[in-house]
Design a protein around this ligand. Structure first.
Ligand code: XLS
Ligand code: NI
Ligand code: NI
Length: 441
């Protein structure tokens, strides 16, 4: 195996005064922030699809970046991709990777041939992981959306044959994830949605999606898988309406079908904004419902209405994200997967490194700011005080279930008017506190 990125060595941490574009300015893997090293807090992952496969192809033009890894034969290319991925992870000090089955190995003529070829690649990865146990699988998933058979959905296809095929593909992807010691398995509903209700039995489609998820969980547990299952919400794209619209919608779905104990969320920043939410909103909804799991780290463009999957560089957003992560107690099985791609014009091999450095440094800064927001205490103290009426008196009686409607009426009548119990929300003051913390790092 040769070196793919000659001239790029291991990316060092050089600190904020460095002008070296191939050095970290803020990500210092062994530095302790909030009681753990940055490496443990941030748990960065490489996404196989964007980094190893994405060549910049879009609907207006062909690829601009060479992602052939010097091989034309699909099987040789799949293995070269593994070598290149391990080199990238190594040079960037990234410990985890995420994959779709078809990112590792493409489809061949039949499912049995496709499965056999996938086995060869996962064997090869397993060998490399044995040689370097610092490299781990954050999560795996099945690409049940690109092939024409999935044009009307996979788990939500009108065809029972397609449902069965998807189940077989997912079974194999779970096997691959378990074989590689994956900590998570993701369901992202690629084409699980609809274009028009004129041709759609929504009730049956949702029931079937739940059936597939139940079957998958039961199968994985039966072969000893102990990791997490995640749903990755997204409101639209590729379908007009995706069933897994946002975290709140997914939670309702999981509860309806009794799957809420089995699934957590994989929250993607760009999906949150497509759903007209902030990234922090989605993380907060997951957290307060005990469903926070993992993160697809990227960012959208506020002027564009699709999943641009840009590398995250907005430090305000990474800080609010890491604030939610720290408040959730940090990652357990999850991590920060860069579901992100360099722009089509950023086509050179160095751009892969510049992109990851930019994203990792932005999250390192976000972590430091979030940790400071918590230790500074001004924001948390303000929120605590704002809700202090719930800790004594009538508020405590309500929370403890002691107050009846009649009691509350009696209380309100005795007060006559309660507007005076309200204080200012102090939004501007708190935003200034956040700026003060950000820029005094
Ligand atoms: C697409 C999704 C996809 C999932 C994995 O928008 O983000 O990349 O993360 O299937
Ligand atoms: Ni994603
Ligand atoms: Ni996405």
């Amino acid at each position: 195996m040769g070196e793919f990125f000659k001239g790029i060595g291991k990316i060092p941490y050089e600190g904020k005064n460095s002008a070296n574009p191939l050095a970290f300015k803020y990500y210092n893997p062994e530095e302790v922030v909030g009681g753990k090293t940055m490496r443990e807090q941030l748990k960065f992952a490489l996404s196989w699809w964007h980094t190893m496969g994405g060549d910049g192809t879009d609907m207006f033009g062909v690829g601009t970046a060479d992602k052939t890894w010097g091989q034309t034969d699909p099987s040789a290319r799949a293995k070269a991709k593994v070598d290149a991925a391990f080199e990238i992870m190594d040079k960037l000090s990234i410990d985890y990777f995420c994959f779709h089955d078809r990112d590792l190995s493409p489809e061949y003529g039949s499912l049995s041939e496709t499965n056999a070829k996938l086995d060869e690649v996962t064997d090869y990865i397993a060998e490399k992981m044995k040689a370097d146990p610092t490299k781990k699988c954050l999560w795996g998933t099945a690409k049940c959306f690109d092939h024409p058979r999935y044009m009307h959905g996979a788990g939500t296809s009108p065809s029972a044959d397609v449902f069965a095929f998807a189940a077989a593909q997912i079974k194999k992807a779970i096997d691959a994830t378990v074989k590689l010691g994956g900590n998570g398995y993701v369901f992202w509903g690629g084409r699980e949605g609809y274009e028009t209700l004129l041709n759609t039995d929504m009730g049956l489609e949702l029931d079937n999606m739940a059936r597939l998820m139940r079957l998958a969980v039961d199968y994985a547990r039966s072969i000893g898988y102990t990791g997490d299952f995640y749903v990755e919400p997204k409101p639209k794209e590729p379908t007009k309406h995706q069933y897994d619209f946002d975290t709140a919608t997914v939670l309702g779905f999981l509860r309806k079908y009794g799957l809420d104990k089995d699934f957590k969320m994989n929250i993607e920043a760009n999906h949150a904004t497509l759903a007209q939410h902030t990234f922090q909103h989605e993380l907060r909804v997951a957290r307060v419902n005990g469903a926070f799991g993992s993160i697809d780290a990227n960012q959208g463009d506020t002027l564009l209405g699709w999943d641009t999957d840009q590398f995250p560089t907005n430090v305000y957003e990474t800080a609010l994200c890491m604030y939610e992560v720290l408040k959730a107690g940090g990652f357990t099985n999850g991590g920060l997967n860069f579901d992100a791609k360099a722009r089509r014009g950023s086509f050179t091999p160095e751009d892969i490194f510049h992109s990851y450095i930019a994203g990792m440094d932005s999250f390192a800064l976000g972590l430091k700011i979030a940790d400071r927001m918590i230790s500074d205490g001004r924001i948390d103290k303000f929120v605590e005080d704002r809700y202090s009426s719930w800790t004594t008196g009538i508020g405590k009686d309500i929370i403890d279930g002691r107050a009846t409607m009649a009691d509350l009426e009696k209380y309100a009548l005795s007060k006559g008017e309660v507007t005076a119990s309200l204080g200012s929300g102090r939004q501007e003051m708190l935003e200034a506190v956040m700026n003060n913390i950000m820029f005094s790092l």
